[in-house]
Design a protein around this ligand. Structure first.
Ligand SMILES: O=P(O)(O)OC[C@H]1O[C@](O)(CO)[C@@H](O)[C@@H]1O
Length: 543
């Protein structure tokens, strides 16, 4: 038996001990006040409401160690080609490092590549904000449209929304991702092409949705401006400089990055230009500082105090030991409304894998389904199921101590709701409590008995609360890096390559094959009945 399988067995024994213990009882022992939180400055991870104890935690840390997590972290910072199927380094940490970190990739200093390009795109952002870079007629850009999808969209759209308080007099930043023409069409309606700057964001510059939308947007500019003037309203963010040139974007308007930055880890590269345009270079740099603080912590903190490691291990416990297939990520922060969608790609595209790096079947469940929306809205939607449904759905709560709006007096209510929900999930309400409460209200005993089962909350439903002082650019960077490294930790334990995404290829290829078959008179005879039937029905509904 390998050391790892022994530890997996130990963890199963831990669960055998813990599975019939209620969080109420675990708290009643009075031993959960210490040892169930970890902090980095003002950021605290509170996992006291997880169905775990210190022994199980020790075994999880042993599992991380036996899986080679410490070496893997060192290897990432060392520029090793951890993305084995694409033979690439995994160096997104280099995008927010400082020169003194002396990171190297493929034989060269990361800072030599990153720093000049970062300076270029941040200078451009501030020049657009000040009006120094303007349209051909010298008018200031009022609006920016970022056209991109997946990692070239989700990080920027999330961060621009999260940091809207820091926008100052920056332009309005809009996002178009879907190849559904309604997306672009809805965004450009009401915008003035003359003063709209369009960013085409695509690592590969081959993604069909993005290139199709970019072509349509370019036509929109050229119909309204001269072809030459339209060039002033375009920029590209990509690693594929040949394709951006072929598309007709002048080199001075192309901001690059490198193949060792995965799409879903790219928002600190030039892909983040829309963020910098929205909040300015200083705030963007603050965000990078927050990222780096978590990077340094991940690299140097002992496993038992390492926040991303602990969050990753709690996820392993929930997914592999408690057999929970989904996780609800619930920010109690309206401006983090797109954070769950961002983490969804980061987590599920990274670890949604069924074979190990060596090509063997992974013997465990991997990436859980990540989903969620801001509290308190979610409470009035699906919390019924979280509290009384048949499945146990662990929750990550995210909360700031300080309000991020002018209506500071509402923040106590928001905070109270977050704390109340983790309490209700963990401790529930027993049938005895329900019975006593209803009888005290004067209800007839028979009626009380009819209602008891319906009004009982089983509790014992796990959650972790991530608390920070305030939702600043620095805090956002730190929070994102916390989740990035959590995903890394889990990928190492499952033994998968967290940095490729072959699973998205087949659908892309098939879409290109199906597209011509949607034309009138196309020969459908070679198709399987389901696709053929669907096309025939679509054709009959077209007119
Ligand atoms: O930035 P690109 O190359 O247009 O890719 C967009 C997205 O497409 C994917 O390759 C697959 O959907 C993602 O990993 C990536 O973030």
């Amino acid at each position: 038996m390998t050391q790892q399988s022994k530890i997996w067995n130990d963890l199963k024994s831990d669960w055998a001990r813990l599975s019939d213990q209620h969080l109420r009882d675990l708290f009643d022992t009075g031993t959960r006040d210490v040892g169930y939180t970890a902090a980095l400055d003002d950021l605290t991870l509170d996992f006291s409401c997880e169905r775990i104890d210190t022994l199980a935690l020790e075994n999880l840390i042993a599992l991380a160690r036996a899986s080679g997590l410490e070496d893997a972290i060192a290897a990432m910072f060392n520029g090793d080609h951890l993305n084995t199927t694409e033979d690439r380094a995994v160096m997104h940490v280099g995008l927010r490092a400082i020169a003194e970190d002396a990171l190297m990739v493929d034989g060269g200093a990361v800072a030599d590549l990153v720093d000049p390009e970062k300076a270029r795109f941040l200078e451009f952002a501030d020049a657009v904000r000040s009006g120094q870079v303007s349209n051909a007629a010298g008018k200031k850009f009022t609006d920016v449209i970022n056209i991109g999808i997946g990692g070239s969209d989700l990080g920027p759209v999330m961060a621009v929304r999260a940091l809207s308080e820091f926008r100052g007099d920056g332009p309005n930043v809009h996002f178009v991702s879907n190849v559904d023409g309604a997306h672009l069409s809805d965004v450009i309606t009401g915008l003035n092409p003359d003063t709209t700057l369009i960013l085409v964001a695509s690592k590969t510059f081959t993604t069909i949705e993005t290139i199709t939308n970019a072509r349509a947007a370019k036509r929109w500019l050229q119909t309204n401006l001269s072809a030459k003037d339209a060039d002033q309203n375009l920029a590209a963010l990509s690693t594929n400089l040949k394709a951006t040139a072929d598309f007709g974007i002048p080199a001075a308007r192309v901001f690059g990055f490198w193949d060792w930055v995965g799409g879903r880890y790219s928002m600190c590269s030039s892909i983040g230009l829309s963020i910098a345009l929205s909040v300015g270079a200083d705030n963007f740099n603050e965000m990078l500082r927050g990222f780096r603080a978590m990077d340094v912590h991940f690299k140097t903190a002992p496993l038992a105090q390492n926040l991303p490691v602990l969050l990753g291990l709690i996820g392993i416990w929930r997914r592999n030991i408690m057999a929970c297939a989904t996780v609800a990520l619930l920010p109690y922060d309206q401006r983090l409304e797109f954070f769950p969608a961002y983490v969804q790609q980061m987590d599920m595209e990274s670890n949604g894998k069924r074979v190990t790096k060596g090509g063997q079947d992974v013997p465990h469940g991997t990436a859980p389904v990540i989903w969620g929306t801001p509290g308190t809205n979610s409470q009035h939607s699906y919390f019924q199921m979280l509290h009384q449904g048949t499945d146990i759905i662990p929750v990550d709560f995210i909360l700031s101590a300080q309000s991020n709006s002018d209506l500071t007096d509402q923040h106590a209510l928001l905070t109270a709701n977050c704390l109340a929900q983790s309490q209700a999930l963990a401790f529930g309400k027993t049938s005895a409590e329900v019975r006593a409460e209803l009888l005290a209200k004067g209800m007839e005993p028979a009626q009380v008995e009819d209602l008891v089962a319906h009004r009982t909350f089983p509790g014992n439903r796990p959650s972790t609360t991530i608390l920070q002082r305030a939702a600043t650019p620095y805090a956002l960077g730190r929070l994102i890096a916390l989740y990035e490294h959590k995903v890394f930790t889990q990928g190492v334990i499952w033994g998968v390559n967290s940095f490729d995404q072959w699973g998205v290829e087949l659908g892309k290829v098939l879409a290109l094959e199906v597209q011509p078959l949607l034309e009138d008179g196309a020969d459908l005879s070679g198709l399987r009945a389901s696709t053929r039937g669907a096309i025939e029905r679509i054709n009959s509904l077209k007119a």
